[in-house]
Design a protein around this ligand. Structure first.
Ligand code: ZN
Length: 315
């Protein structure tokens, strides 16, 4: 009897470990955001959506809080297939930054969600890795970043590189001056620009995103960038960009794959119930983008409740 039980336990542990080993190892890195966002709210939504995809094994890594000592914060990047960055705050130590760059260069996947691209304005390799970012001025953080460093007080603008948008049949790099901006939250159409890309394959030409921010005039080196989807903001709104702005895009950096979704605003007092992160377009492209950044391919089916151009769907 004892032998049968042992054998059964062995078999069970083997099956469980095989199943776990088959799953994509995700590091969901969070812990800080600027004054306008809630990393907790965004994080709860990310955890739910990654869990429901049932192909990810998620390890949540939370940094020290804003203003606390970052010196010992040193996640083991090399253990995971993809890092989901839901972090916007104080710079990491030189050692941790070096480990992150090495991880991406060697083929690691990275996904940034909405405000995560506001982070690390003064870390040049990070700007190369994410291609484009927004804001990042030290006064947007509590406590303010880069105190006493007079040369690090600006927010992302033309000094960081061009803005990149879609015009005609391709992307345009535009060096004209200006800072990043967005109009107030509203419903807007997302247009699929690269339907052959694994993340976009099978998605409709257009769909509706609910009540979110159209990040506009993001700035950065903008190298090795593929725009997957764009949005054109309601022109009646303040700060509406006159361009088709990139909402979903990829960057290649060394052997690494980077996917950015600029969608998914969760305000400082909001939680994971806000429409921007309940929208099935946001959920589906996040799940597909994380898989692609980890493996270079997408195996997930398009859900039946995917939104259309006329009707947004939320879960
Ligand atoms: Zn936002």
């Amino acid at each position: 009897m004892l032998r049968i039980v042992t054998l059964f336990t062995l078999l069970l542990s083997f099956t469980t470990s095989t199943m776990a080993a088959d799953k994509i190892k995700v590091m969901h890195l969070n812990g800080q955001s600027n004054k306008y966002h809630s990393w907790k709210g965004t994080g709860d939504a990310i955890n739910q959506h990654l869990k429901s995809a049932d192909i990810f094994e998620v390890d949540v890594v939370t940094s020290p809080a804003g203003g606390e000592d970052m010196g010992k914060f040193s996640p083991k990047f090399s253990d995971c297939d993809v890092i989901v960055l839901n972090y916007d705050g104080a710079e990491w130590s030189e050692k941790t930054k070096k480990a992150f760059v090495k991880y991406v260069r060697n083929g690691g996947g990275v996904v940034t969600i909405h405000g995560a691209n506001n982070s690390f304005a003064y870390w040049s390799e990070f700007n190369e890795i994410i291609g484009l970012g927004g804001w990042g001025g030290p006064g947007l953080y509590d406590p303010p970043l880069y105190q006493g460093e007079a040369d690090k007080q600006a927010s992302r603008n033309e000094d960081w590189g061009p803005r990149v948008y879609w015009q005609g049949c391709g992307l345009v790099h535009d060096d004209s001056p200006g800072s990043t901006k967005h109009p107030p939250k509203h419903d807007f159409i997302i247009t699929n620009r690269t339907p052959d890309h694994p993340i976009m394959h099978g998605l409709p030409e257009m769909w509706l995103q609910s009540h979110d921010e159209v990040y506009s005039d993001l700035r950065g080196p903008g190298k090795n960038l593929t725009i997957l989807a764009t949005a054109y903001a309601d022109q009646k709104l303040k700060n509406a960009s006159p361009h088709n702005e990139p909402m979903l895009f990829t960057v290649s950096y060394g052997k690494g794959r980077v996917f950015q979704t600029t969608l998914g605003h969760v305000g400082a007092r909001d939680d994971a119930t806000v429409l921007a992160v309940r929208n099935v377009g946001f959920i589906t492209t996040l799940q597909r983008g994380v898989e692609w950044a980890a493996t270079g391919d997408v195996t997930q089916a398009i859900p039946e409740d995917f939104p259309t151009a006329y009707e947004a769907t939320v879960r």
